[in-house]
Structure formats: C-alpha cells, structure tokens
Design a protein around this ligand. Structure first.
Ligand SMILES: *Cc1c(COP(=O)(O)O)cnc(C)c1O
Length: 423
C-alpha cells in the first residue's frame, strides 16, 4: 500500500493551548499589569512550588536563566562572592550530565566553571551514578553536580543524591523536560538543592517561554528574585551592591503558564498513551523504547524515543554537520528513519548529541564507568570501537514524533513507516 505524505505536518512536540491561557493574558492587559510584576507571576510561583512540593519558586524568563542563577547561587554558597567581572565558579570543576541539552551545561561556563561530563547509564539514559562515584574518586574537590532528567524520565536521583551528600556536594536538578514526573512518588524538581523547570514552546506545558527556579529557603528565593531584576537595593534610587540580570518572568508569559497548569496531567496522560502505542506498535522490530524504572519512576513521557539493537543497525556515519548511511535489508538506522519521516512530513529528532562530542566542549574531561578519558571524536569512536554509553545511544537512538495532538491514525502511519525502514 502506498503511503501519502501527511498533509498537515506531524510534529515532534508543539504547544497545546486550551483557551484558559487567554483569560489570564487578557486579565493582565485589562488591569495593565504587563511588566515583570503581577498576579500571574505570583500564581505561577505558587502553583509550581505546590505541584513539585517545594517551599519557594521564582518565575524567570527562561529555564536557561533559572539554571544560570541556580549555578551562581550554588557557586556563592560554596566558594563565596567573587569580584565583579569574575564568575562564582572560576577555576572550579562541576560534574554535569554528558547526554543532555546544552542549556543544562552552559551556565557552568557562564560562571567561569569547567564542566566535567559524566557518562550515561542504560537503565534510564541519565547520569550514571557509578560513573559519578568514579568522578569523585578522580576529582575529590568537586562540590557541585548538575543533573537532568532526559525526555521526562527520572534518573537515579536518589542514588545521585546519596553520592553527592557523601561528598558534601550540592545538586542542581534540571527538571526542564520532566515536569510532572515522579521518582519514588516524589516529583522531580524536589531532589536538587536548587531545581529548575522550563516552559519553552515544546515542553510538556508552555508559556511560549519561561522558567522557574525551585528551592526551600525564602532567603535564597529572594536573592534570585533580586538578581533577576537587576539587583536593585532597597533605596530611593537605583542602588547596586552586586551584579544584576534582566531575567524576571513577564506577567503576560506567566498568564499563559497559569492557564496551562490545570492541563499538565492531561498532557502527561496523552504523552503516555503515545509512548504505549509506540511500544506496542514497534514490539515486533529489533528496537526498544527509551527505558524507565517501572517500579520507582512515573515519567511524564515528554518525548518517546527508540533505540535500534546493534545487530539491526545498517552502516551509518555522522560527521560534524551531516550523516550518511547505507540501507540494508532487515536493518535501519536513525538517519534513515529520520529522513523517511521527514519525507512523509513527520518530525523526529536525533538523541541529544553528548556534550563530550561537542566541539565547544572538546577539551573537557569525560568520565565513564571505566574511568576518565578526554573528549573523543566520532572518528576516534569509529576507529577504536571505543563505546561510551552516551555515544552509543546517540548513534542508535532517535526521538519519535510525540506531539500530543497526533492522532492514533497518524501514529499508526508513523509506526508503519518505521517498519518499512527495516524491510
Ligand atoms: C529545554 C531545556 C532547557 C532550557 O530551557 P529554556 O526554557 O528553553 O531555557 C534546559 N535543560 C534541558 C534539559 C532542557 O530540555
């Protein structure tokens, strides 16, 4: 049977508005509260803190801004306030996830720190606690760990917390992709000393942009709130004792987020149904879905991903900018599947390319279960068969169209297209 390209594009993940957002945006405009002060921001802070189970939340312009201020706050707590023009982490090493979105990691560099990348584990595709332990052996002075929950799947955060505690290290928990997901019945965002959420356009709920920093001490929240509004002191004029930023959330954006909050659970349920349809529909192929701990974790299923078994991979080579593959009967590869989907007007995405493979971080250390290595190139991996977990998942995995407005019929066609790639 011939399949026709989708007339309307099937997306990876797009915003889903419900109408209630309009009410709060209109309310902000009607009452003239259109700056970075207002009831919508207060409500977003109240609702997110309540949902996650934290004492405090601070509404910010983006999750990247939230991560920056979380890193700065952690840096000051650990190492004190630097001179103006110097980062709080200057000369300091910080352990970060290797396979993640780079926004998770860049704020360490904004503050002058040096990210050391910790390899990924196979059970949840998140930071490997075994590699983290190894990293503390190699770098016993490190006091900060930045850890993300990829694609909405909670990592082994209790184990990571225990390791960090044993080494007197703070944790920044990047729950940008995992809002609504739980681990041992506790919301992600609850495990970090400081945690962050994202409301950018393709996250599980959105404000078009926006982020939140979560913590438990009112003093910390107030500190971040002050930094985010240019660090004005309580004086009759613009008085500044420390550097400021323009990072505060807008009350208009907050209106959109406020209107989305009641729909978080509905979106999670839709994303879960998508994941389960892929799991069932792909069960006869030599692939597996992105895994999670079925006993301890309840993901938010933000993106459904699949991983091709090694023996079912056709040859695929990726350079810095392009990819090549050779089709073989019974086999496929992420490039073939992504190109096929694109041809039919469906949007997939490669797995986050690991940070140790990124040119921008090429000189940074990378720690695997086996120990330490320098950042390695694709060519090195090819030539030596060296296989770190992150590079392997990047090579064999991909994100599938996971838009919550995709119909079961559309998804059935996506599943059929994947089957054809393996013919
Ligand atoms: C989206 C995302 C961010 C950044 O969020 P913004 O709100 O776009 O700044 C950070 N970390 C991870 C893991 C993300 O997926």
């Amino acid at each position: 049977m011939a399949i026709k390209p989708f007339e309307k594009k099937v997306w990876l993940s797009t915003p889903t508005m419900h109408g209630e957002e309009q009410k709060w945006v209109d309310e902000a405009i009607r009452t003239n509260w259109v700056s970075t002060v207002g009831e919508n921001i207060n409500e977003v802070e109240r609702l997110t803190a309540e949902k996650v189970g934290r004492h405090c939340a601070v509404g910010l312009a983006s999750c990247t801004a939230a991560l920056h201020l979380a890193v700065k706050l952690a840096g000051e707590k650990l190492y004190g306030q630097p001179k103006v023009g110097h980062g709080t982490l200057e000369g300091r090493k910080v352990f970060c996830c290797d396979m993640t979105f780079d926004a998770s990691v860049n704020p360490v560099a904004y503050e002058g720190g040096e990210a050391i990348f910790i390899d990924t584990e196979r059970d949840t595709w998140n930071m490997d606690p075994v590699a983290l332990e190894k990293a503390f052996d190699l770098y016993p002075d490190v006091r900060l760990v930045v850890v993300a929950h990829l694609y909405g799947t909670p990592g082994k955060i209790a184990e990571i917390r225990a390791i960090a505690d044993a080494h007197h290290a703070l944790i920044i928990e990047d729950a940008a992709e995992s809002f609504g997901a739980t681990y041992r019945g506790v919301q992600t965002g609850c495990f970090g000393d400081f945690s962050v959420l994202s409301f950018n356009g393709n996250k599980i709920i959105t404000g078009s942009s926006g982020g939140v920093l979560l913590c438990d001490e009112v003093e910390d929240a107030n500190r971040v709130r002050k930094w985010s509004t240019q660090s004005r002191e309580d004086a009759p004029w613009y008085q500044h004792e420390e550097l400021g930023y323009n990072y505060r959330m807008s009350n208009i954006i907050a209106g959109v987020i406020r209107g989305q909050m009641p729909y978080l659970e509905e979106h999670v349920a839709q994303k879960k149904a998508i994941y389960e349809r892929y799991r069932d529909g792909l069960a006869d192929l030599p692939v597996e879905m992105n895994p999670f701990d079925t006993e301890l974790a309840e993901p938010n299923f933000w993106l459904s991903c699949m991983l091709i078994q090694p023996e079912a991979m056709c040859p695929q080579v990726r350079g810095e900018q392009e990819a090549l593959y050779r089709s073989e009967p019974g086999k496929s590869c992420p490039t073939e599947i992504l190109e096929t989907m694109a041809h039919y007007n469906a949007e997939g995405r490669p797995i986050w390319k690991p940070m140790h493979m990124q040119p921008v971080y090429r000189m940074h250390a990378f720690v695997t279960r086996g120990g330490s290595g320098r950042a390695r190139s694709n060519a090195y991996i090819r030539e030596t068969n060296f296989c770190d977990v992150g590079a392997d998942i990047f090579q064999r995995g991909l994100c599938l169209p996971s838009d919550n407005k995709m119909t079961p019929e559309q998804q059935a066609i996506v599943i059929e297209l994947i089957h054809r790639c393996f013919e």
